[in-house]
Design a protein around this ligand. Structure first.
Ligand SMILES: [Zn+2]
Ligand SMILES: [Zn+2]
Length: 169
């Protein structure tokens, strides 16, 4: 994800618009351990770079498709996503701020910023549908697909009612 910034780098106030398609971002792991989300296919990015005093501000919208497992029932979900990115890049020789991305030369590489923006903005508890009933804690059945009857059975549990009777006395 490299952009030639020759035409804006030494021009304060200059803006460069860009559009790109990227593949091979799938199965990328985030820094924070195992990811539950996979990116599928191409990622499409549209945005602009604003140059001012050697600092580059990149605002963009990132589109793609993701594959995840429902947080409650573990069903596989494939759905489109779009996230916004707003990041600052400073020259590698500058030491003004430590929390911005760096660039050097006349090429701006936004790969890491794009990956970070995606993983920071995608919710980590994705549901197959807002009303997902999840899995039965007793037998593991998917409660969206069938009623297993476990809950009913435990309500009628004789051992429990016997114990309850004991405490009444
Ligand atoms: Zn679900
Ligand atoms: Zn059950």
């Amino acid at each position: 994800m490299k952009i030639d910034i020759t035409d804006i780098i030494e021009r304060d106030g200059a803006v460069k618009r860009f559009k790109m398609n990227v593949d091979k971002l799938d199965n990328h792991k985030t820094g924070g351990g195992m990811s539950i989300v996979n990116l599928l296919g191409d990622i499409h990015i549209e945005g602009e770079i604003y140059s001012n005093e050697g600092i580059l501000n990149v605002t963009a919208r990132i589109f793609g498709q993701l594959e995840a497992k429902c947080y409650r029932c573990l069903k596989k979900i494939v759905e489109p996503f779009s996230v916004d990115m707003d990041e600052t890049f400073e020259h590698a020789n500058s030491s003004e701020s430590l929390d911005s991305y760096k660039y050097s030369g006349r090429i701006l590489d936004i790969t890491q910023a794009v990956i970070d923006s995606i993983y920071l903005n995608i919710p980590d508890r994705i549901l197959c549908e807002p009303e997902c009933k999840g899995l039965c804690p007793e037998c593991g059945s998917n409660l969206n697909e069938k009623r297993c009857g476990c809950r009913k059975q435990s309500d009628e549990n004789k051992g429990f009612s016997a114990l309850r009777d004991l405490f009444k006395e």
